[in-house]
Design a protein around this ligand. Structure first.
Ligand SMILES: Cc1cc2nc3c(=O)[nH]c(=O)nc-3n(C[C@H](O)[C@H](O)[C@H](O)COP(=O)(O)OP(=O)(O)OC[C@H]3O[C@@H](n4cnc5c(N)ncnc54)[C@H](O)[C@@H]3O)c2cc1C
Length: 211
């Protein structure tokens, strides 16, 4: 049983910055994450994708953001417990007991739940035998954008992630963006960049309902 000032569940950007905020208040922290490293979605789902909406940082990747957050919290010496999932939280007279799937227990007066979207599972396309191509021709995330240089790429989707990657990968590859609606769901600036690209490049965008 480990006694600590605070337990943070989740080592994504929220959990990592919570270490900083607790640290400046002089609290010791144990951070538990069921991934094998810190960074949450940024490191697991888009380590290489550019991020443009962090104050005072014009552009950085998920990897760089994680690296900087870890650098920023170094002075507070948080203890990380990776590959561990929190399974149970119990409170008794203001003291919490946090239990993990590895049988470890922590007692603390403060628990920060920074679990984000929980553990990540791609929503796969329901196509027969598609698994055969996963990791070779079919990808549900981009972990190394170098692998997508000088290729012909079809991106399915119309949300932030699809749009960001369509813009980024089209710098070095032929990209076709395929979406089931006429509208996209993205930041206004991304949408205006996309409109420019649509005008510059023939066949960049296909609505999957049109021929
Ligand atoms: C493809 C993609 C692109 C994105 N691009 C941008 C962007 O450009 N700009 C932007 O601002 N945002 C972007 N986002 C959103 C951004 O990544 C999230 O808002 C951010 O990661 C949320 O951080 P978080 O720390 O709250 O949660 P998460 O990053 O989800 O981290 C939560 C962590 O908690 C852990 N966890 C959950 N449950 C447990 C448990 N029971 N026990 C132990 N550990 C647990 C998970 O393993 C995970 O590591 C993007 C998201 C995606 C998917």
């Amino acid at each position: 049983m480990t006694k600590t000032d605070a337990v943070i569940i989740g080592a994504g950007p929220t959990g990592l910055f919570a270490v900083h905020q607790l640290g400046v208040n002089g609290l010791s922290v144990e951070v538990i994450d069921n991934l094998d490293k810190a960074g949450g979605q940024c490191i697991e789902l888009y380590p290489d994708k550019p991020i443009y909406d962090i104050p005072a940082i014009p552009e950085c990747s998920g990897k760089e953001l994680t690296k900087n957050l870890l650098e920023q919290i170094k002075p507070f010496k948080p203890k990380f417990h990776f590959n561990e999932r929190v399974q149970e939280l119990k409170e008794n007279k203001g003291i919490w007991t946090v239990k993990t799937n590895k049988g470890n227990s922590f007692t603390t007066p403060n628990v920060i739940i920074a679990g984000g979207v929980g553990s990540f599972e791609p929503r796969k396309l329901p196509l027969k035998e598609l698994e055969k191509f996963e990791g070779k021709n079919v990808f549900y995330s981009v972990s190394n954008k170098e692998e997508f240089k000088n290729k012909k790429i079809a991106i399915f989707g119309g949300g932030d992630s699809a749009l960001d990657w369509a813009l980024e990968l089209s710098k070095n590859s032929k990209v076709i963006l395929i979406h089931r609606r006429n509208e996209f769901r993205g930041a206004p600036r991304t949408l205006s960049e996309l409109e420019k690209l649509k005008k510059r490049r023939k066949n960049f965008y296909k609505n999957s309902f049109s021929n």
